[in-house]
Design a protein around this ligand. Structure first.
Ligand SMILES: NC(=O)c1ccc[n+]([C@@H]2O[C@H](COP(=O)([O-])OP(=O)(O)OC[C@H]3O[C@@H](n4cnc5c(N)ncnc54)[C@H](OP(=O)(O)O)[C@@H]3O)[C@@H](O)[C@H]2O)c1
Length: 285
């Protein structure tokens, strides 16, 4: 079996886990408990965002989970309202305070909206100052990612986008890798849409290895060199989603999953006028 490490080195040498816990829509004690259970199960990466409204609970989880700060990889994201040079610096301080941390492992621009070039210059400086160990973007289509990378001092270390079997983003992932940008997939289970957990192809592949469709999906991501952040607040599923290191999908399995690709996002059309208006007017403070 091909040995798979549980982390990859980003372009600047920072180690980023391949599997982390997503905590969107997870609040208060449920969020704290999920983080503690995840760390017990082996996770070291947590993905939150300023707009999720749970950074303080994530901070409590970090303090209560029993892992040393240096073992953990904490990501948060800059919301659209704060996408400018000045506001990004303040927003980073606010997120650090909410989380109770003195540095982030990864800071992402959450949406391709607002003054993201100004925000990016602030992110570059936050990196220089050691407030963040790596910087990246989320939801930029591949053309915009190339453009941002061509016209700035620091190329993003990470690009977090929608990736699941129904929207595989094969070309975008290859382009990212060509630029030395590590791909990270959000909604790896497509939030359960299209009955993904009962998909016949995933069930039949999983049966060969004694694994669930969820585990097959996460293993598929890992074997494509994509970090993933599945969300669950159920203890058994949190464990299940990290138990993906002891089997290997064959080329035939990967080809079968490739057939599931519909080539189109299932969630937001980030380039649409509706999204620009909706996200652009959503204030978090
Ligand atoms: N950058 C962005 O714009 C962006 C957008 C969306 C999400 N994200 C990040 O990505 C993370 C994950 O995405 P997501 O939360 O949208 O969706 P997801 O991880 O694709 O799916 C989560 C859903 O799957 C269920 N689930 C989890 N594990 C399961 C399992 N083993 N078997 C059956 N059901 C299972 C969860 O239910 P239970 O909790 O009940 O188990 C939940 O309903 C988020 O939490 C967030 O951190 C980022």
């Amino acid at each position: 079996m091909q040995a798979v490490k549980e982390a990859v080195a980003l372009r600047n040498g920072v180690e980023m886990p391949l599997v982390g816990l997503g905590v969107m829509h997870t609040y208060g004690s449920e969020c704290v408990r999920s983080i503690c259970e995840a760390v017990d199960a082996g996770y070291r990466m947590i993905d939150t965002a300023a707009i999720y409204g749970n950074e303080q609970a994530v901070g409590t989880g970090i303090r209560e989970c029993g892992a040393d700060r240096e073992e953990l990889f904490i990501t948060t994201k800059l919301w659209v309202q704060d996408a400018s040079y000045e506001r990004a610096k303040l927003a980073c301080e606010t997120s650090l305070q909410n989380l109770g941390l003195d540095y982030l492992d990864l800071y992402l621009i959450h949406q391709p909206l607002g003054d993201i070039y100004g925000a990016w210059r602030a992110m570059e400086e936050l990196l220089d100052e050691g407030k963040v160990r790596a910087i990246g973007v989320s939801n930029l289509n591949i053309g915009r990612l190339v453009d941002l990378s061509m016209h700035n001092r620091v190329i993003p270390h990470v690009s977090q986008v929608e990736i699941h079997p129904f929207y595989q983003q094969t070309r975008a992932i290859q382009e990212m890798k060509n630029m030395g940008i590590h791909p990270e997939g959000w909604a790896p289970f497509a939030e359960g849409r299209n009955d993904i957990f009962r998909d016949k192809r995933l069930v039949s592949i999983g049966r060969k290895y004694g694994k669930t469709p969820a585990q097959v999906i996460l293993r598929w991501d890992i074997q494509r060199g994509v970090s993933v952040i599945p969300k669950s607040s159920h203890p058994a599923r949190i464990c299940e989603n990290y138990d993906v290191w002891d089997f290997e999908l064959t080329a035939e399995d990967m080809d079968l999953i490739a057939e599931m690709d519909k080539g189109k996002e299932l969630f937001f059309e980030h380039d649409s006028p509706e999204m620009a208006r909706m996200f652009g007017s959503y204030c978090i403070h």
